[in-house]
Design a binder for this molecule. Structure first.
Ligand code: COA
Ligand code: AMP
Length: 629
């Protein structure tokens, strides 16, 4: 089968194409209606099918004789632990954990927040929630209490599942104080919290609210799977948009299971029994799709890695895991490769490991910059594939379909549209642009299975945020072009979203924290290019008149505020005090111009600028501090 035939089929007969993919899964009742497109052009897939995602991912394999196959390999260099679960063991653990949640009153449709580090219990918790037909919302362990509180208030969970601590390279991060603070901040009060006690820290339980995970689990009975509709939500995952408030992307059970199962073979070329590793975190969409659901739906062995690409203990960590477990398909973010490249430029540590089982290296999370792609290809001797996707889609919008027909790699391109995705480059009037012309990357509606069709808790948000700008299309928020061979080049965000080490953050949200400082009159947070992390936020600040704080002191205070309000992962480190910000006559801050100045790019001062004299003044200040070129 050629890529083109596969892609054309998905465009010409989407229902036939996806019906066939849906047949690969074990439904309780196969959907009668494959796709319903509503009046707004929004697609609803497999809505009347009956199923359970945890059943498809676990029980189904046990029933089909794969109970003894390893489902999860847990490898934790930070605790020096290794553990494996077979499909039968994982199914039992999930069924009992679901029983524990049922004892706490969790039923179909209830929300459960999971705020946990990268331990098997996090994966078990996700699947246990799915088993009950409830809806999980995983909050990345690196988020600070206000971020957790926002998600508690939006998702309104009945229960929170957490652990006593996460383990970072330099420190143990206790979760209980973070949880308590989030509880204080949130208006919604979940009924119970279940805490998994780890040996590195013990949490004092709050009476009447907290339960010890293992004690509760010891009393729980395993429970079966609750059937849900294909259109029922499996999870809500919050992601940064252009406003300060994160959006709850709703993932439906049916489309998600079908698309992910398809992608495992089509994109990653893995079969039952193959070892697949996505080095990410279950707090991100990559972790949801390719640490948990994709590999398990497809009957693969997945690696849950609690460590970093470097420092745990060295830049050979990725290669060690790949060789030790015979990983066939590997996936991580470019920042991880850049970190390895920086520590071990000659890839000397790679030579210690047998990478013969590894077929392809996949990268996503941000654009894979050509020098890193070249370096990795040269050092590993493997094909390195960039593919592009978003929390909203849950899987690759563009990719190199390694299990269908591998296409030549073009440096800097995330390859070709994945079946089901009609990728267009448009200008702001919705006109399609010619090949090689750069514009907004939009996806023609309806979107394929797995993509969001609503935002949690707000009936209009999906239309308002994604569909209004270019009618008939989903706006990705990314800009780029398609070349003469149909290869897609994603060049970066066209909105206020930034990407720090593969983590998506909103400059608006960071700005809110900076602006709340008592000495700050106004500010603009922009993204500065960073060799390791891709981008890092930087605050350009105007002080209130009479404020006497120095730049260094302000910087320290802002760093602390960002860490306390958003999390250390925001990597906020730079603050520059300016006399004034450049504004349009209508009072809008010219963030794009500031961005270009800081990153040494060519810029044009818009004719709408209120006072052109402000630009040279800012350049001089930035230059004197080593920021502008
Ligand atoms: N819980 C609590 N804190 C966390 C955390 C977590 N789960 N993850 C990161 N942090 C903290 C770190 O401890 C660090 O804090 P510090 O400033 O006090 O040292 C801060 O957040 C920044 O972390 P990180 O971005 O991991 O930077 P780093 O300098 O420690 O490591 C890399 C650099 C490249 C090794 C790291 O960014 C990395 O592993 N990147 C891969 C990214 C990835 O997998 N992205 C997923 C999308 S596919
Ligand atoms: P997230 O929702 O956190 O997965 O972030 C999605 C955003 O990350 C996209 O909208 C892009 O801006 C960026 N991104 C992810 N993968 C790629 C890629 N391969 N190339 C370019 N940008 C990417």
């Amino acid at each position: 089968m050629s890529y083109q035939t596969e892609y054309d089929r998905s465009m010409q007969d989407p229902e036939g194409f996806w019906r066939k993919q849906a047949e690969a899964l074990e439904w309780y009742r196969f959907p009668q209606q494959i796709l319903h497109t509503d009046a707004d052009g929004i697609g609803h897939w497999f809505a009347d099918g009956e199923m359970n995602t945890a059943y498809m991912a676990l029980d189904h394999h046990v029933k089909n004789g794969r109970g003894d196959q390893v489902a999860i390999i847990y490898d934790s260099p930070v605790t020096d632990t290794r553990k494996q679960y077979t499909y039968a063991e994982l199914t039992d653990a999930v069924a009992r954990t679901a029983g524990m949640l049922a004892d706490l009153g969790v039923v179909k449709g209830d929300r459960v927040i999971i705020y946990m580090p990268m331990i098997p219990e996090a994966v078990i918790a996700m699947l246990a929630v799915a088993r009950l037909g409830a809806i999980h919302s995983v909050v990345f362990g690196g988020f600070a209490p206000p971020e957790l509180a926002v998600r508690i208030d939006d998702a309104k969970p009945k229960v929170i599942l957490t652990a006593s601590c996460g383990i970072e390279v330099k420190r143990v991060i206790e979760y209980k104080p973070l949880l308590d603070k989030a509880f204080d901040l949130a208006r919604h009060k979940p009924q119970s919290c279940v805490i998994y006690q780890r040996p590195q820290a013990t949490s004092q339980l709050t009476a009447g609210r907290d339960h010890d995970w293992n004690s509760l689990l010891a009393q729980a009975k395993p429970v079966g799977c609750t059937p849900v509709k294909g259109s029922d939500p499996l999870y809500i995952l919050y992601t940064s948009g252009t406003t300060g408030k994160p959006k709850g992307v709703v993932r439906e059970n049916g489309g998600h299971a079908v698309a992910l199962n398809y992608s495992m073979k089509a994109i990653y070329n893995v079969e039952h029994g193959d070892v697949f590793w996505a080095a990410s975190d279950v707090g991100w969409v990559v972790g949801h799709s390719y640490i948990v659901y994709g590999p398990l739906l497809h009957g693969c062995t997945t690696v849950v890695y609690e460590g970093k690409p470097i420092m745990t203990p060295d830049a050979g960590a990725l290669w060690r895991v790949i060789s030790e477990y015979g990983v066939k398909s590997f996936f991580t973010a470019p920042t991880a490769f850049r970190a390895v490249k920086k520590e071990d430029p000659e890839a000397k540590l790679m030579a210690d490991y047998d990478l013969s089982k590894l077929q392809v290296i996949f990268s996503a999370g941000e654009r894979l910059d050509p020098p890193t792609q070249q370096w990795l290809t040269e050092k590993s001797g493997k094909t390195v594939v960039d593919h592009w996707w978003q929390t909203e889609t849950g899987w690759g919008i563009t990719a190199n379909l390694w299990g269908v027909e591998p296409k030549p790699v073009k440096l800097g391109s995330s390859t070709l549209p994945t079946p089901g995705f009609d990728v267009r480059i448009l200008d702001e009037s919705g006109k399609q642009l010619a090949r090689n012309e750069q514009g907004y990357i939009a996806l023609k509606l309806p979107l394929p299975p797995s993509c969001l069709n609503r935002v949690w808790g707000d009936d209009n948000k999906f239309r308002d945020s994604y569909l209004q700008f270019l009618p008939g299309y989903y706006t990705t928020g990314d800009g780029g072009y398609i070349d003469e061979d149909g290869y897609v080049f994603v060049m970066g965000r066209v909105d206020d979203v930034i990407n720090v080490a593969g983590h998506r953050l909103s400059t608006g949200e960071i700005e809110e924290v900076v602006a709340a400082h008592p000495s700050v009159a106004e500010c603009a947070v922009i993204a500065r290019d960073d060799e390791l992390k891709g981008q890092v936020p930087m605050g350009l600040v105007v002080l209130k008149s009479g404020a006497s704080i120095g730049e260094e002191a302000l910087q320290k205070e802002l760093v602390a505020r960002i860490r306390d309000n958003i999390g250390a992962i925001a990597c906020y480190k730079d603050t520059v005090i300016l006399k004034r910000l450049p504004k349009t006559r209508s009072g809008k801050t010219l963030r794009k111009t500031l961005n270009k100045i800081v990153n040494g790019q060519e810029y044009q001062v818009p004719s709408t600028i209120d006072d052109p004299g402000v630009i040279p003044e800012i350049i001089e200040t930035l230059r004197s501090k080593g920021y502008a070129k």
